[in-house]
Design a protein around this ligand. Structure first.
Ligand SMILES: Cc1cc2nc3c(=O)[nH]c(=O)nc-3n(C[C@H](O)[C@H](O)[C@H](O)COP(=O)(O)OP(=O)(O)OC[C@H]3O[C@@H](n4cnc5c(N)ncnc54)[C@H](O)[C@@H]3O)c2cc1C
Length: 425
């Protein structure tokens, strides 16, 4: 029984209800807390930050249903050198962080071997196929259907060669439930009028989408959780035992189930259970304007693929995001990454000026680019959901639903073995 649990009106008394503590209030934690609450659990959500600035709220907002192929793939390994930051790409391996990224990269190389990659691909595709329907259920349950814009996205290329290569790559790719078509000449002209760089080609995806407003998503999800009787606690979890959570101020809370959804911090919290989670912080950077920006509110996210940069129009402004920097989560941000973003923005003539707000956050990434969702073996009540890398926003509602089903002992639509941490030995 969590000691801080209020008793909601017209509901069974707290002593009749099963209790859960969710550790970490990013998008995975908040959607998981809501899903458990809907399944009848009395839930306490513990988040370390009063105003979280984690990856969940600084990401590109893209519901990326088209990314059905795990990033740890033979193709990724072949293109590794070309993607390096020092060669103009988005992949940064800072020399002073070598102790962090070298062991991770070796595991990534193993995970990218064809047989293991193909298994991961099947697992990810099955999960991703449920992402958009789960999002639709989530925003409907919040009473905020317009938070989800399932209007697809655009990919642009700036040279005839990159357009031909990029189109061929997408044609050969598994795009899951998303489909694409080439942009019409009129659409290309519109983009040429909007950005300064030459646009040689592009495609329009359908079946993908975006979140209209990350701040409203955070606020309405939390508000609904609290209104329905959930407890949100701003505190840092120091350690977890079977059925017990200890906070850094030494308070202890107990519950029937504890779910670890703490992003990159999850691995350390699970270590005492002997579980290996070789996670890395894949750090991304963004620059964002205020709401008054000369960019139509109804334009979908646009990926400038030659620059590995995505530009998304949110209600609160225009955001340009890029960079994959393998490092410790707590290492200082590198201003060179924002400078690279600024150079792309200037080259494209985007309306993101010197006053744009810089942000850096960490994608929680495991070497095979599959999330970790499962129960801690040989415990009565500890489970986890983290490691969603580039797809955490996309996969948040389906993850919450799967965790709720798993804790109910129900059969899940997706086989869960591929996501168990035991895959790392
Ligand atoms: C630049 C960038 C762009 C991205 N774009 C997209 C995109 O377009 N689409 C997409 O699907 N994904 C995208 N992602 C990935 C996505 O943002 C992440 O996968 C997702 O946010 C992970 O969510 P999370 O809740 O697991 O972790 P986090 O967002 O890291 O949240 C974890 C939370 O746990 C809390 N916490 C940690 N330790 C403790 C503790 N001990 N006690 C209490 N609380 C704790 C933290 O404060 C934090 O709030 C992007 C990421 C980046 C960086």
């Amino acid at each position: 029984m969590t000691s801080l649990m209020p008793k909601p009106e017209n509901s069974p008394s707290a002593s009749d209800r099963r209790t859960a503590i969710v550790v970490g209030g990013g998008v995975i934690g908040t959607t998981t807390a809501l899903a458990l609450q809907r399944a009848g659990w009395a839930v306490t959500l513990i988040e370390a930050e009063e105003t979280p600035r984690a990856a969940s709220w600084g990401n590109a907002g893209h519901i990326a249903t088209e990314q059905a192929e795990p990033i740890a793939s033979p193709a990724m390994v072949r293109g590794f050198a070309k993607r390096l930051f020092v060669r103009g790409g988005a992949l940064a391996l800072p020399p002073r962080e070598i102790a962090t990224w070298l062991p991770f990269s070796l595991r990534l190389l193993k995970a990218a071997r064809p047989a293991r990659y193909e298994r991961a691909h099947q697992a990810l595709a099955a999960l991703l196929a449920q992402a958009m329907p789960a999002w639709q259920r989530h925003v409907a349950a919040l009473g905020e259907p317009d938070l989800l814009r399932p209007d697809g996205h655009v990919v642009l290329w700036e040279t005839p060669e990159s357009a031909a290569r990029g189109l061929a790559n997408w044609q050969a790719a598994d795009t899951g439930t998303a489909r694409f078509r080439p942009l019409t000449e009129a659409e290309l002209q519109d983009w040429r009028a909007r950005v300064r760089a030459p646009i040689a080609g592009g495609i329009r995806f359908e079946g993908s989408g975006q979140i209209a407003d990350p701040t409203r998503l955070a606020e309405t999800t939390t508000a609904r959780f609290v209104a329905d009787g959930g407890t949100r606690l701003v505190a840092r979890v120091a350690s977890i035992g079977d059925g017990e959570v200890r906070l850094t101020d030494d308070r202890r809370l107990t519950a029937d189930q504890i779910v670890v959804t703490a992003g990159v911090a999850s691995a350390a919290l699970l270590r005492p259970f002997g579980l290996k989670a070789p996670i890395i912080a894949e750090r991304g950077y963004h620059l964002q304007t205020g709401p008054d920006v000369d960019w139509p509110a109804d334009l979908p996210p646009v990926v400038f693929e030659d620059r590995s940069m995505i530009v998304t129009r949110f209600a609160e402004g225009l955001r340009a995001a890029s960079i994959v920097e393998f490092a410790r989560a707590q290492a200082k941000p590198d201003p060179a990454k924002w400078n690279r973003l600024r150079r792309h923005i200037t080259a494209l003539g985007l309306p993101i000026g010197a006053d744009a707000k810089p942000w850096m956050g960490a994608r929680p990434t495991l070497p095979d680019y599959l999330p970790a969702i499962g129960r801690v073996p040989r415990t009565k009540g500890v489970s986890y959901a983290f490691g969603h890398n580039h797809l955490g926003l996309t996969l948040a509602p389906i993850t919450g639903e799967l965790v709720a089903a798993m804790l109910e002992g129900a059969t899940t639509a997706t086989p869960m073995q591929s996501f168990a941490l035991e895959r790392f030995g």
